[in-house]
Design a protein around this ligand. Structure first.
Ligand SMILES: [Fe+2]
Ligand SMILES: [Fe+2]
Length: 228
């Protein structure tokens, strides 16, 4: 993975360039003991090598910190799209699903008597999202993205059909979570966990819609075009 995958329209060569493009990088650089003030003009790759972290690992951490420079998805090659989708969406998703499911369980346990059918259904919907998405990410990375990176377009196309069906299933589950939560509006008097759950589900919906859009409409179309 290279910087170009993250900021294709800019050129980042130095430590200071990275901080300008992604302010969240400051905290990551500090964690690795990389000076971004007086040492800001150093080439980023040299600074990483000196501090014992690979450039790829550092950039993954910057993306995971949530401050992602605007990504010009259309300008990326299929292999670059795979790397950027993994860094931007896949890395954080399993942990977030675990967090959301724990909150849904807790709200059901503590407040279930207030609206039992709805809260049980919401818990089941979040569990279904996790059960659908975790194997989906594995299939995507291990088979389809691997085939795309290897230039095995026909093999990739077979897996893409299944992935698109799974995207539809995920979209239906997100729609259900929106319906069950009144468009992610917690009821009056909802506790902090209840409100955090709805907020997290709203963010999951927005992130996953973008994630699926980039795959269906940009990556998979590029692969289909390459095959035709
Ligand atoms: Fe994905
Ligand atoms: Fe996907």
């Amino acid at each position: 993975m290279t910087i170009a995958h993250f900021v294709p329209s800019s050129s980042i060569h130095t430590v200071a360039d990275l901080v300008r493009a992604a302010p969240a990088a400051v905290r990551i650089l500090q964690q690795h003991g990389i000076d971004f003030c007086c040492g800001g003009k150093r080439p980023l790759a040299d600074a990483c090598a000196q501090s014992g972290v690979t450039l790829d690992a550092l950039l993954q951490q910057v993306v995971a910190a949530g401050d992602v420079p605007t990504i010009d998805w259309q300008s990326l090659t299929p292999a670059q799209l795979c790397a950027t989708i993994e860094a931007r969406f896949h890395t954080s998703l399993p942990r977030e699903l675990t967090r959301l499911l724990a909150m849904a369980e807790r709200v059901l346990l503590v407040h279930g008597q207030k609206d039992p059918d709805r809260l049980e259904s919401l818990r089941d919907t979040v569990a279904s999202l996790q059960a659908e998405l975790i194997p989906h990410l594995a299939l995507e990375e291990a088979e389809v993205f691997a085939a795309i990176r290897a230039g095995a377009t026909d093999q990739a196309l077979v897996g893409i059909q299944q992935l698109e069906h799974e995207h539809d299933a995920v979209g239906a589950l997100l729609k259900k979570s929106r319906e069950l939560t009144d468009d992610f509006n917690p009821p009056l008097g909802a506790c902090g966990t209840w409100r955090a759950l709805y907020q997290g589900l709203a963010e999951l919906e927005a992130e996953t819609h973008e994630h699926i859009h980039v795959e269906n409409n940009i990556l998979f179309q590029a692969v289909a075009q390459a095959a035709s």
